[in-house]
Design a protein around this ligand. Structure first.
Ligand code: GDP
Ligand code: MN
Length: 383
């Protein structure tokens, strides 16, 4: 579960991390009132759970009422990487000298949490990690002892953070680790952690992802989840249909049965140079109407350019699924996007015979199906 920036900032601020004064608004009048209260200049920031909002036009710095009105009008209601913006955070603009990155995540390779610090904040940290891995200082933490103060200082020192703010940055990092543990975080990140001319550090952005399975013991965060979920119409739809669904940023839609199988399909799409648009597990015993709902989900995602079905028959029989796919697609005068199907397991042969090849492309192997879907997606996106 991902918190919105404003929610993560509240959690961070409660723990003592400095954050700018801010207020949430959902209409132009609200933005103007908040800006008045905080005092210009302010930053107006789209509250959607994707990174890179700045580059995508979801963040504007404004100096007065007129600019604020204009920015509010353009950001509220905009579509940001497929997310509808219905709330903005109006925030005291920070006059900064430097932008740092600090974050805590689980290093699955090491089986330990890792604290990360970099002086190359304010940009996509994954890109920094790829181009210049040494620009990020890393310190693995033994969860049974927690983060020792010297570890925080070492990470900050290794990253080359200015002496004048090293102490404060270490303290932010320590607090972030404490939050990560006590609030069952999977990622906690501040990018950028801004450094002002007066050597103050302030969290200008905040990311906090929480382990869904721990929400039962995080009632406060669980409450935020219901607020946070409302932003994405597709994720809401997935809740109604009772699907395990995660929206991603690519254009190849993926439908499968069983989480492992869907993950494998995602990996293969990536392997063959495509970009997955989603994770969608229809679950066991998927009858025709569920298949139709699954197709409705992926076709509703305007980023989707092709769809690959990967079904392994078990409880779900291949012929059932094939019937479901036919029935769902027969409802369209024109199939919105090309659909590729791979069936295996129980009754796969019956299924293959049933599938209407006027409506879908059938492939025998998973590799072929994925490659086909990826090339369809390329063709469609070039049109
Ligand atoms: P993201 O792009 O979704 O990660 O959003 P961020 O909150 O990290 O903002 C992106 C960039 O916008 C930051 O790195 C800053 O350069 C700029 N920005 C955000 N807030 C402020 C602010 O208060 N003052 C100034 N000067 N720039 C800001
Ligand atoms: Mn950021």
């Amino acid at each position: 579960m991902k918190l919105h920036e404003y929610q993560a900032k509240n959690v961070f601020a409660d723990a003592g991390i400095p954050t700018p004064a801010s207020a949430l608004a959902s209409d132009v009048d609200g933005v103007l009132a908040a800006a008045e209260e905080i005092g210009y200049p302010v930053a107006i920031k789209a509250q959607v759970q994707v990174g890179g909002r700045g580059k995508a036009g979801g963040i504007e710095l404004v100096e007065d009422d007129e600019q604020a009105r204009e920015a509010a009008n353009s950001i509220l209601g905009m579509d940001l990487k497929g997310y509808h913006v219905d709330q903005v955070l109006v925030e005291e603009a920070v006059d900064f000298e430097n932008e740092l990155y600090v974050g805590i995540t689980m290093d699955r390779g090491e089986g330990k949490p890792v604290a990360m610090v970099s002086t190359r904040g304010g940009v996509n940290i994954e890109e920094v990690a790829e181009e210049d891995p040494d620009a990020i200082a890393r310190e693995h933490i033994d969860p049974s002892f927690g983060m020792h103060p010297y570890q925080a200082r070492k990470a900050v020192y290794d990253a080359g953070v200015d002496q004048a703010v090293a102490r404060d940055v270490s303290s932010v990092l320590t607090t972030l680790y404490d939050l990560w543990t006590s609030r069952d975080g999977s990622d906690a990140e501040i990018n950028p952690l801004m450094v002002t001319a007066d050597d103050e550090v302030i969290a200008a952005d905040a990311v906090m992802n929480v382990d869904e399975d721990a929400l039962f013991r995080q009632p406060e965060l669980a409450e935020m989840e219901s607020e946070a979920a409302s932003g994405d119409e597709l994720e809401q739809k997935a809740d109604e249909y009772d699907f395990d669904y995660v929206r991603l940023e690519g254009n190849t839609g993926i439908i499968g049965n069983g989480a492992g199988l869907v993950m494998t399909t995602l990996d293969l799409v990536d392997h063959y140079g495509g970009e997955p648009a989603n994770f969608l597990d229809v679950g066991g015993g998927a009858k025709a109407d569920r298949i139709a709902n699954a197709l409705d989900m992926v076709f509703s995602d305007e980023n989707v350019d092709s769809v690959v079905f990967n079904i392994f028959g078990g409880i779900t029989r291949g012929d059932e699924v094939a019937k479901g796919i036919n029935e769902a697609l027969e409802q369209f005068d024109e199939i919105p996007k090309p659909v590729v199907v791979r069936l295996a397991g129980t009754n796969w042969e019956e299924g293959m015979e049933i599938l209407n090849e006027d409506l879908v492309t059938v492939e025998q192997t998973l590799e072929d199906a994925v490659q086909r879907a990826v090339s369809y997606a390329e063709e469609v996106s070039e049109q």
